[in-house]
Design a protein around this ligand. Structure first.
Ligand code: SF4
Length: 449
């Protein structure tokens, strides 16, 4: 171990909200043990990179940040954890500069593994297990951003979508107890953070494995019902939920809730029922349409975001146009478009009907254009409305940004006093950068005059 007086640690997170929540929790473990947190480009005793495995770039990105760490301090210890580390420990341990790789089971015991760790010229040490052993739940939440916190309520997944490696990287579906989630939410609110984003891998499956067994003691509806009772939380946002697990009762709870915001992000993946079957998704397009209709019925101004994959094996031009038409006709607000990439150990990787890469890119572009069209149309329906905006701390060339509850991105001239404040403002016009300008309510304007 380096003899520098105060041990320093730097963190970099790749991937999803769940990874950010876990990195933040691990960082609190290290600062709790006397480490000082420094930024990733500064010299540090330890560099911790939390990796993702969803895209084919995962390995390239990991290597890039190992290089960054080695540039900042060639003697710094480099520890890799996260989904890519669980899936490819040998591959990562061979990356020059890596000293240790921790799997899904080991990552939260990082302090004990750091004790005797030394810089090595050889391959990094691997502490990783079979994913089946990572069958317990460790709670986490992020506090890096002053405005919102990612609160982990569920981990792992029991689904078998044919393109996905997440169950291989994160293990079986398991959940935090409701009491612990409520306690964490209370802690976050007590830090003055205004928005909590519920996160996990398949949070609609909440309740499974809550007490270490495979039974469903509670449901997602039970969880959000209890969270809605917690005092002091301004906003709760559901990060993403499978359509087949989004029940009418949950939609109605959000519609009548004091803290849950009217924003749903629901993975679709394809508008073609044939492809949904090949993907082993647990619904067909009809159910998806029905979920969207239910939300629009009880929350006409809700924001509805959609995940969609282009270029899945067997996606003929005709099936792609089926997806395009389905999305074009659906009253949704934006798309997250993913280009299919073959992932090792997945069923889809050996399926016939591979789509040429250039064609995948062309389809991705078409759906991104559609997404922009949908977003602008949704934003236009909100102009003239008086909505609560939660302002963030960034000052970008004298402009600050925030989100309404229904996820409209707004902007105004930077005002230090507005950071992390919720203001009711009138949405006025869509700006060139795609955000919406606002003006104070007449009453407030008079009050300030
Ligand atoms: S629901 Fe499907 S896509 Fe999502 S994590 Fe589970 S297996 Fe992967």
């Amino acid at each position: 171990m380096n003899s520098s007086p105060t041990k320093t640690a730097a963190f970099h997170t790749l991937g999803c909200k769940l990874n950010f929540a876990e990195t933040s929790t691990i960082a609190r473990q290290l600062t709790g043990a006397g480490y000082e947190k420094v930024s990733f480009d500064e010299p540090a005793n330890v560099y911790i990179i939390n990796t993702c495995s969803v895209t084919e770039n995962a390995d390239r990105e990991c290597k890039l940040h190992v290089k960054r760490a080695m540039k900042a301090n060639p003697n710094g210890l480099v520890v890799i954890l996260g989904c890519y580390a669980q899936l490819k420990p040998e591959e990562i341990s061979a990356i020059e500069g890596v000293d240790m790789v921790l799997g899904a089971k080991e990552k939260f015991n990082i302090l004990s593994y750091l004790e005797d760790l030394e810089k090595t010229e050889n391959h990094g040490i691997i502490h990783s297990c079979e994913i089946d052993e990572a069958d317990f739940f460790i709670g986490s939440y992020s506090i890096g951003d002053r405005t919102r916190a990612f609160l982990k309520v569920q981990d792992g997944c029991d689904y078998k979508c044919t393109y996905c490696t997440i169950p291989l990287a994160r293990g079986i579906s398991r959940s935090d107890t409701i009491d612990s989630v409520v306690k964490n939410a209370g802690e976050i609110a007590a830090r003055g953070i205004k928005e909590i984003v519920l996160t996990g891998v398949n949070i609609g499956d909440y309740g499974k494995g809550e007490f270490g067994n495979k039974k469903h003691e509670h449901t997602f509806l039970d969880l959000i019902t209890e969270l809605d009772k917690v005092e002091g939380i301004e906003r709760i946002r559901i990060s993403s939920i499978e359509p087949n697990l989004l029940k009418d009762e949950s939609i109605e709870l959000v519609a009548n809730s004091k803290s849950f915001v009217p924003h749903f992000h629901i993975p679709l993946q394809s508008g073609s029922d044939d492809l949904l079957k090949k993907m082993k998704r647990r619904y067909l397009s009809g159910l998806y349409q029905n979920r969207v209709a239910k939300i629009r019925e009880v929350m006409p101004d809700a924001c509805i975001g959609v995940d969609v994959i282009v270029g899945f094996p067997g996606e003929t031009e005709e099936k792609f146009l089926e997806t395009y038409t389905f999305l074009n006709e659906l009253p949704i607000s934006y798309l997250h478009v993913f280009t299919y990439s073959e992932r090792e150990n997945t069923e889809a990787a050996v399926m016939d009907g591979a789509v040429p890469v250039q064609e995948r890119k062309r389809r991705n572009k078409m759906l991104r254009i559609l997404s922009e069209k949908k977003k602008m149309a949704f934003y236009a329906t909100q102009l003239g409305k008086k909505l609560p905006v939660l302002w963030e701390h960034e000052n970008r060339n004298g402009i600050m940004f925030g989100f309404t509850e229904n996820y409209v991105r707004v902007q105004k001239p930077f005002d230090e006093d507005s950071i992390n404040k919720i203001e009711i403002l009138e949405l006025t016009a869509v700006q060139n950068d795609g955000t919406v300008s606002v003006k104070p309510l007449f009453e407030e304007f008079l009050a300030k005059a």
